[in-house]
Design a protein around this ligand. Structure first.
Ligand code: ADP
Ligand code: ADP
Length: 226
């Protein structure tokens, strides 16, 4: 089964700007997939649509066989999203941030704490659960974003430019974490504008430019062409 199947996806923003001009993307279950493209290419728009944050203009999106139009809740429960910008409350405690996220998926509070514990431990943040999120370093804030995205145990994790503006040490530890998570069975889609990052992590890649997919291939084949 495909983790993600997108066909002829279009997005025209209210101002008339055509951000996606009919794209097709297929991501197999278990894949580590890169969506590579320069700033403004349409990566965040595509991810926003898959994650129900942005309405599509037309086209079809299926996540693990669930159609986004017919069963948006099933799609949401399959997906964990790590957006580019920190979007948690800086005055909220780390544990609460993750527990409340589980609440959005209808997970009862006691179970939510169990999940949050597992998720925060995975990212070495459990000991900090009672701290305000604003006290965390930049690298730890990134880890919090990931812990929060994993709390409902999504089958598909989508990370939007996860290592933008991150120093090399943190970047390496995030790469190791993502690889391990993928090895354990989570399908991962990563957007990036660094070929180097896609190259070191991903098995398959789509390149997007000005709202169109211009290349969609296995990473090793792409590298042979360069
Ligand atoms: P990327 O993530 O690849 O940098 P985006 O999906 O953020 O690209 O943006 C694609 C294009 O759509 C850009 O030209 C951007 O300016 C435009 N865009 C994004 N959001 C909106 C919006 N809400 N209204 C109009 N244009 C937008
Ligand atoms: P309620 O909302 O029912 O008053 P709490 O939110 O205080 O309960 O706690 C619900 C469960 O989560 C309890 O089992 C509690 O032990 C656990 N819990 C609450 N806060 C923490 C924390 N900071 N670290 C670990 N577990 C916690």
């Amino acid at each position: 089964m495909n983790a993600l199947a997108i066909s002829d996806l279009r997005k025209v923003y209210k101002n008339g700007f055509e951000a996606l001009k009919g794209i097709d993307i297929n991501v197999a279950e278990g894949d580590f997939f890169a969506l590579l493209g320069p700033n403004g290419a349409g990566k965040s728009t595509a991810i926003g649509i898959i994650s129900s944050l942005v309405n599509k203009t037309s086209g079809q999106v299926e996540v693990f066989g669930h159609d986004l139009d017919k069963d948006p809740e099933a799609v949401k429960s399959c997906i964990g999203l790590v957006p580019q910008e920190f979007n948690f409350n800086m005055w909220e405690r780390i544990g609460e941030i993750v527990v409340n996220q589980a609440g959005f998926y209808g997970i009862p509070r006691k179970e939510a704490w169990r999940r949050a514990e597992a998720s925060l431990k995975q990212l070495d943040l459990w000991d900090k659960r009672n701290q305000m999120s604003r006290t965390l370093s930049g690298g730890m804030k990134r880890r919090l974003m990931i812990a929060r995205a994993l709390v409902h145990r999504p089958k598909l994790l989508i990370l939007d430019e996860p290592t933008a503006g991150v120093d090399i040490e943190i970047r390496r530890s995030m790469w190791a974490f993502m690889s391990e998570l993928n090895a354990q069975g989570t399908t991962i889609i990563l957007t990036t504008h660094y070929l180097e990052e896609a190259e070191s992590l991903c098995r398959n890649i789509a390149i997007i430019n000005q709202g169109r997919i211009v290349e969609n291939t296995r990473m090793d084949q792409l590298l042979r062409q360069l």
